[in-house]
Design a protein around this ligand. Structure first.
Ligand code: CP3
Length: 343
């Protein structure tokens, strides 16, 4: 049986008359109250590790917009940091990390079960949220998928084509696979601890899955996701899991059944009609409005939102963007979007 929370009902496979809605990066720089709280924390990472303020920014978009779900405020790169990597954010540029280039760097990382002291403020954020969220709002925990996290750990930064990770995979497969394994183990423990602290759903972000082709996609996106989902479901029976192998294209098909996930999140390049025909019979679909429309607004936003809602109305659907909302988005457009979806 499902509870009354719309998100949990959709993830359980129910077709609802109005899809639940939340947005990737719904807590973020496009909101003045987020910018004020981040200022108070000092910087982005201090905000992630300040449980009270991280809970506060998680709640801000819930109060302002009345979304159906809150997503824990944290970052996928906290796991590498907990494994011993150096991590900092260059203003206006993005993350920087110490790099993994060979077996020596791998040997210097901590074991997967040694991450929890470092990450305990995140678990405390989840505990605060599970007390403070309105009863109809579901709480989503998350982590980066092993491949996506590995691309940052290997390159030491975000890369347009994940070149350094592909190069290490080709040159030193043993080190590359040891890294994927270490992140996989750490992610199971990290997500499990989030669930124990009160997360009701977890989402795995494989933002760079689209650059893995053929066998590599199966081995380094699908297989680690399957391992994570099965370990989590063994520990937490019935836990709903959302997977997001962004950019997977045709390979979105079959991903949820192969991994045991309950929902597949899709990016804005997927035709909703294809998703309705090919994905919804096998799983709940989350997505997939183009985030640029949150900047543009106007009738294009309303029409695109209704088109996605109507096209996916014959099966389980969670309304979301195809990727995170951007800092230049207009908060008023979020109101317009919610009106279009619920109206
Ligand atoms: O969705 C949410 O609201 C929850 C919080 C969340 C953040 N990052 C906060 C954040 C989540 C789920 C993430 C996931 C994340 N982080 C991903 C996967 C999803 C995706 O976007 O593809 C990735 C690849 C990262 C790594 C990361 N974190 C990058 C590359 C950057 C810099 C780029 C940018 O947008 O500035 C971040 C920083 C980050 N993570 C911000 C936020 C709100 C902006 C930091 C700030 O406030 O200055």
């Amino acid at each position: 049986m499902t509870t009354g929370k719309p998100l949990l009902r959709a993830l359980a496979g129910e077709t609802l008359p109005v899809p639940p809605i939340w947005l990737m990066r719904q807590a973020g720089r496009y909101l003045p109250e987020y910018r004020a709280t981040r200022e108070k924390a000092g910087d982005f990472l201090s905000l992630c590790y300040n449980s009270d303020l991280a809970a506060e920014v998680t709640l801000q978009p819930i109060r302002r917009f009345g979304f159906d779900a809150a997503i824990l405020f944290a970052d996928i790169l906290l796991v590498p940091q907990a494994l011993g990597a150096d991590l900092w954010f260059e203003t206006g540029e993005g993350p920087r990390l110490s790099t993994i280039t060979g077996p020596g760097d791998m040997a210097a990382l901590k074991p997967a079960d040694a991450i929890h002291d470092h990450l305990s403020p995140v678990y405390e954020t989840v505990r605060i949220l599970s007390r403070e969220l309105p009863p109809e709002v579901a709480l989503i925990g998350f982590a980066g998928a092993p491949w996506t996290v590995a691309t940052y750990m290997i390159a030491g930064r975000g890369t347009p084509d994940q070149g350094p990770a592909h190069a290490l995979k080709a040159a030193d497969r043993a080190t590359f696979e040891a890294l994927i394994d270490r992140i996989t183990e750490a992610t199971i423990g990290y997500l499990s601890a989030q669930v124990e602290a009160g997360a009701e759903v977890v989402k795995l972000f494989d933002s760079w899955a689209g650059s893995l082709l053929g066998d590599d996609f199966d081995r380094y996106s699908k297989a680690p996701a399957a391992r994570i989902v099965s370990a989590l479901k063994a520990r937490h029976p019935g836990l709903p899991v959302i997977v997001f192998p962004r950019g997977a294209g045709e390979a979105y098909a079959g991903f949820a059944p192969a991994t045991g996930a309950d929902c597949i999140a899709i990016d804005q390049d997927v035709d909703p009609a294809w998703a309705a025909e090919r994905l919804q019979p096998e799983t709940c679909v989350q997505g997939n409005l183009d985030p640029r429309l949150m900047v543009e607004g106007g009738p294009a936003l309303t029409e695109a939102a209704r088109h996605i809602r109507d096209t996916l109305s014959g099966g389980p659907h969670v309304f979301n963007l195809g990727h995170g909302i951007t800092p230049d988005a207009d908060p008023d457009n979020v109101h317009r979007l919610i009106e279009a979806v619920r109206g």
